[in-house]
Design a protein around this ligand. Structure first.
Ligand code: GRF
Length: 218
């Protein structure tokens, strides 16, 4: 028997960003449009004052906070962020262009409750400028990955990947723009999967729960 999403307690998202915020806006729009039932945005946090993404959160009337990381040790900043997430009862953290590595203490406190989006098909091209890396390497297929965050960079268990071909007419900019469109779809899909609760993480693998998957087909 499946449990409908409305029977579940709400998943409270904490969005962490540093810049433009298009993935955050895609998530917010999915919730507004009813595509992410069972999820709400509890708080949007930026580590950069005046990041366009945090200005958008203000405009949307969402709870938001600027917690500037500059000048602080990683653990100090992360303690501030975790306190803010807890104050807003966040139970799923979504990194959306958050340009900071998380301390091991942060990762452990939210084990398998932190998602990140990366603009390549991991494990290819981790780190900065993944789209440019893929273009320069000459791959014929690339895409994006939403994964749980672990202690290593762009590394944890993969929840969703979306692939696109690299076209003859592409340059690094056009490729990045087409990947970004896929990112916006992938993040909503991944959050929906986590919100459903119908999975387990076995080692590195995200595995859909068979009993519930079978029940859903009945
Ligand atoms: C995206 O390409 C994401 O994959 C990467 O940082 C970028 C953030 O873009 N982690 P935006 O701020 O969500 O528009």
């Amino acid at each position: 028997m499946s449990i409908s999403q409305t029977d579940r307690p709400l998943t409270s998202l904490g969005i962490l960003l540093s810049g433009r915020g298009s993935n955050f806006l895609a998530i917010a729009e999915s919730i507004r449009a009813g595509r992410l039932k069972g999820a709400e945005i509890a708080v949007v946090i930026s580590n950069v004052a005046k990041a366009p993404g945090i200005e958008k959160a203000k405009e949307l009337g969402l709870p938001h906070a600027v917690l500037v990381s500059k000048g602080l040790k990683r653990e100090e900043h992360d303690a501030n962020v975790m306190a803010c997430l807890r104050a807003h009862h966040v139970n799923l953290v979504c990194l959306a262009g958050y340009m900071r590595l998380l301390s091991p203490g942060f990762v452990a406190a939210f084990r398998h409750r932190i998602l990140n989006i990366h603009p390549s098909l991991l494990p290819a091209f981790p780190g900065l400028e993944a789209q440019e890396q893929a273009f320069a390497y000459g791959v014929r297929v690339t895409g994006c990955t939403v994964h749980f965050v672990d202690e290593e960079l762009d590394h944890g268990p993969i929840v969703v990947q979306r692939a696109i071909p690299v076209l003859e007419t592409d340059d690094a900019g056009s490729l990045a723009a087409r990947i970004l469109k896929e990112e916006h779809l992938a993040y909503t899909e991944a959050i929906g999967r986590v919100v459903s609760g119908e999975y387990e993480v076995r080692g590195r693998r995200y595995v859909k729960n068979r009993d519930q998957a079978a029940g859903n087909r009945e």
